[in-house]
Design a protein around this ligand. Sequence first.
Ligand SMILES: CC(=O)SCCNC(=O)CCNC(=O)[C@H](O)C(C)(C)COP(=O)(O)OP(=O)(O)OC[C@H]1O[C@@H](n2cnc3c(N)ncnc32)[C@H](O)[C@@H]1OP(=O)(O)O
Ligand SMILES: CC(C)C(=O)C(=O)O
Ligand SMILES: [Mg+2]
Length: 565
Amino acid sequence: MKQKYINKYRPYPAVVMPQRSWPDKRIEKAPTWCSVDLRDGNQALIQPMNLEKKLEMFRLITGMGFKEIEVGFPSASEVEYEFTRVLIEQNLIPEDVVIQVLTQAREHLIHKTFESIKGAREVIVHLYNSTSVLQRRTVFRMNRREIVELAVKGAQLLKEEEKKYPETRFRYEYSPESFTGTELEFALEVCERVMEVLQPTKENRLIINLPATVELATPNIYADQIEWFCRNMTDRESAIISLHTHNDRGCAVAATELALMAGGERVEGTLFGNGERTGNVDIVTLALNMFTQGVDPELDLSDINKLIDVYERICRLPVHPRHPYAGELVYTAFSGSHQDAINKGMQAYQDGDSGRWAVPYLPIDPSDVGRTYESIIRINSQSGKGGVAYVMDKDFGFKLPKSMHPEFGNVIQRVTDKEGRELQRREIFKTFEQEYLKIDTPYKLKGFHVAKRHISAEIPESRAEIEATLSIDGRDVEIFAKGNGPLDAFCTALKENITGDFRLTSYHEHALEGGSSANAAAYIEIRYPDGLKAWGIGVDTDIIVASIKAVLSSLNRHSNLKPRK
Ligand SMILES: CC(=O)SCCNC(=O)CCNC(=O)[C@H](O)C(C)(C)COP(=O)(O)OP(=O)(O)OC[C@H]1O[C@@H](n2cnc3c(N)ncnc32)[C@H](O)[C@@H]1OP(=O)(O)O
Ligand SMILES: CC(C)C(=O)C(=O)O
Ligand SMILES: [Mg+2]
């Protein structure tokens, strides 16, 4: 940044409040949520929603459980007006939902706004005018007294219009717009003057919405402002303190959370933070932050993909791949140490019985928002053996023995280094097949027969005799041997007739899922006289044959590791 420009900016003043109490508070219950997707969100779109899109968004947010919804700015355009009429005339507003409409403190707009809500059961009429130092000077060219008069006049007009619509229960909201650019005592003065006109009671409280229309300072300052405001109100009990934050500094969620601790009771925001400039506060993030602290957010976020689908289509805006809780990549780990920890953490969570979510690197169980575990671990050159083993287990049912993880991890690492990109799951499996299951040179099993098995109560060790036919470099070779089991006999036959000495150092087996005709997988590690070790894997419906195949898989891999004679 060029130093000479630094004087263009000033630090935001601190709030003088020696004994602030909010830092010791916690968020223990959900606020009243008010969706402003259809108004603040909509007014910021390149292409505002048409009637159908507004209806679809309305259905989505009522379905999520929002009870207060700002449906638009009815005096602004035909679509806004028409949408409000359709909701009312077609009886589309659920019994427990209240619609809210926004208007400036201008007579013809207030008049039109009331016309738009004719016949509604209950409505929140939201009046606003900017009170900030900057807007007073540059936009309104009004002094403090004139700004108070504008607000008071607006409130009086609400009371006058109200009389024309006796069938409707009216609630009101007042916003000193650009609150964060307004001197606190002046914001309070304007709100109190509006309260004097609207005469709220404990039973019918006025929503005092204190917007960070522009986020100008750190979140603690917004919290200070909210606590200061609550403390200094004459009639706090007749007001609902509502928060409405924007994200100019990227801290709207934090500011809202701290302001809830400071006395805020209601939150206006949008799905995924759509809204003017950097957006309104993201209610999805706020709500899921509460959820992960054990606080019921009272919103249904169990199918986040559906919310994303509708949002992206209607708003024509993408949800960022790293968006909290929602982004495509937020439940995904590419890096080895994260994968390893997630893999172990998931196993511990599944094996445990506390029901408490505790998986490293994942603050929320993806399934709680309808996301699957499948995509948690994805493989590229940053990945490690644990992640590769996780994919083989979760996607393909192969539970690679732990001591085998480094070997297959290296096999995959060679591929990712060469390709320089993410490997798809099927590519990982294909590599696995080629490396272990389909390798059949120089030794290919053509036939295997257990000629005799002796199991006797008198003799401690069982005995077996086998016959096998191998194709070795295209030439058939028959072998026979005895051993204390078919696998031992087969190895003896190989050692005596074909390969020379080797030693089995590890053996694992498990059933592969898939019903009664399920296959079994056998994993065998062999140490060779040249000091090399190689794992082999065999799959068959017969576990003995699976282990025979595993031996050959290792032998073939070993032959391919060392130069052929
Ligand atoms: C922070 C927020 O999100 S506030 C909500 C903002 N949303 C929108 O503006 C979307 C919908 N708005 C619109 O469609 C239009 O702006 C309308 C219909 C509201 C008004 O349209 P118009 O009167 O044609 O134009 P415009 O918006 O430029 O009006 C500006 C005038 O309103 C005055 N004004 C602006 N806000 C307010 C207010 N809240 N109360 C009283 N007067 C206001 C301005 O001072 C200006 O006055 P001037 O004409 O004496 O200079
Ligand atoms: C209308 C008001 C509440 C607003 O959207 C804002 O101040 O950001
Ligand atoms: Mg706003």
